[in-house]
Design a protein. Structure first.
Length: 444
């Protein structure tokens, strides 16, 4: 069996290694148009911020690694130009030599990822305007900072990258302005994002909410009311979109979100062609509805599932909650499932609470932790949660992820036998209190 994989970052390499794990005789070839493969994209802001300085920790694997360890052939700087599903061939261009050649497959995996969505703003392509989607973009930002020593930064967009880069630019020594089309942090309800906005301002970030961007000039960003946000460097962090042009060209079906549609085994509508990673549509495990949630954890998971099914081990994808977490200065923000706003738009009769406790006793240095949980009045089941705090946010978020995944009700949280000792928690964990509070509201 010969499998060709297009794309060698998270999903593509996960599919390849899973095939090898299950089939020691399979021929596995990966074509990647970029120079860098299997890199830790989520670590790029922290490399720019010099929290670590070893580039090899960010890009720990190269083609030789995969060949030596797993007998997988990886060809970088090779772009797949076309696919012929009838003949089961792909046409590839060597971007270094210009050579064009063909290769044959038994199974094909499309793991072409996503690309940064560049808004239609005049000046978006100026030399001081950047995106941060891959290692090349990171290197461009680092080079600009080193050569130009910018003093003021403007960030357009408040997703994970935009908010993380607020902290990084401030630590580098820049004045930072954050421009949000609506509220800060997509997917976080406004009553929770207010805490994030306050924290940003406390750390010297100028925050513009409900603000449109009109133009980027040589002096900065012109916003909706015509005023100028001064900036020497501008980061566009307005989201990403799936890279589906190659798949679309051969008739691979796209879903409602515009990403590639697959079944639970990662199969597309074309026989022997699979897809995984940031180019595919997934489904929300609470609602069952299709969503586009491009996250590194999901890319690795769907890649592994694709590899399992190709190599004869049946595995099904079980959906996502869209769980995300990020650090902003010394605050951590986490979210999973549906926000209250999203749940109401989906037609749920929502009951939601916000509860504030400390993550551990104050005599052990406990700090505030705020939990919001939304539940469905009809079924009593939890729909989503948001957690904001300074320590232990990831622990509480993962408890809530697990509970929501298995259809728990808020009252079930009271009965969890969670770990307690003063350095880490309080006798009744913040999750306990939030669950009890929400269950009381549901029972009214």
């Amino acid at each position: 069996m010969r499998t060709i994989i297009i794309g060698a970052v998270a999903a593509g390499t996960s599919a390849a290694t899973e095939i090898r794990r299950n089939d020691k005789q399979a021929e596995i070839v990966i074509y990647e148009r970029d120079k860098y493969i299997s890199y830790a994209g989520c670590g790029m802001p922290y490399y720019i911020g010099k929290e670590f300085d070893d580039f090899n920790e960010l890009v720990p694997r190269d083609p030789n690694f995969f060949k030596t360890k797993s007998n997988i052939d990886v060809f970088t700087e090779h772009k797949v130009l076309a696919i012929d599903p009838n003949e089961k061939t792909v046409s590839i261009k060597n971007l270094v030599t210009g050579e064009i050649f063909q290769d044959k497959y038994d199974s094909l995996v499309i793991a072409t990822g996503a690309m940064a969505g560049i808004p239609d703003i005049e000046g978006a392509h100026r030399k001081n305007v950047f995106i941060l989607r891959n290692i090349n973009h990171m290197n461009e930002i680092n080079t600009f900072i080193e050569n130009e020593s910018p003093k003021k930064a403007a960030i357009i967009g408040t997703g994970f990258i935009g908010l993380e880069m607020c902290e990084i630019f401030r630590k580098i020594g820049m004045d930072v302005s954050l421009i949000a089309r609506s509220s800060v942090s997509k997917g976080i309800d406004r009553d929770m994002s207010a805490f994030i906005e306050e924290h940003l301002r406390e750390n010297g970030v100028i925050v513009y909410t409900d603000t449109a961007t009109k133009e980027i000039t040589d002096k900065g960003v012109v916003v909706g009311d015509g005023s100028l946000v001064e900036a020497d460097i501008v980061l566009l962090a307005t989201g990403i979109k799936p890279n589906v042009e190659l798949a679309k060209s051969i008739g691979v079906e796209l879903g409602k979100t515009g990403a590639i549609k697959t079944d639970k085994h990662m199969r597309t509508n074309i026989p022997d062609i699979y897809s995984c990673g940031d180019c595919i549509e997934v489904y929300n495990s609470v609602t069952g509805m299709p969503v586009y949630k491009p996250l590194g954890s999901t890319a690795n998971k769907t890649g592994t599932i694709a590899g399992s099914n190709i190599s004869g081990r049946t595995e099904e994808f079980r959906g996502v909650l869209g769980t995300g977490i990020y650090r902003i200065f010394d605050m951590t923000v986490g979210q999973t499932g549906l926000s209250e706003e999203e749940a109401r738009k989906q037609g749920f009769e929502v009951v939601a609470i916000i509860d504030k406790k400390v993550n551990k006793p104050e005599y052990m240095g406990g700090k505030p932790i705020i939990i919001k949980i939304a539940a469905d009045k009809k079924t009593g089941k939890m729909l989503g949660a948001q957690v904001i705090g300074y320590e232990g946010v990831d622990k509480r978020l993962d408890v809530l992820v697990t509970a929501i995944t298995f259809g728990a009700r808020p009252g079930d949280l009271v009965h969890l036998d969670l770990a307690y000792t003063p350095p880490y928690s309080i006798p009744r964990d913040p999750v306990y209190y939030a669950g009890a509070k929400l269950q009381l509201e549901l029972d009214k």
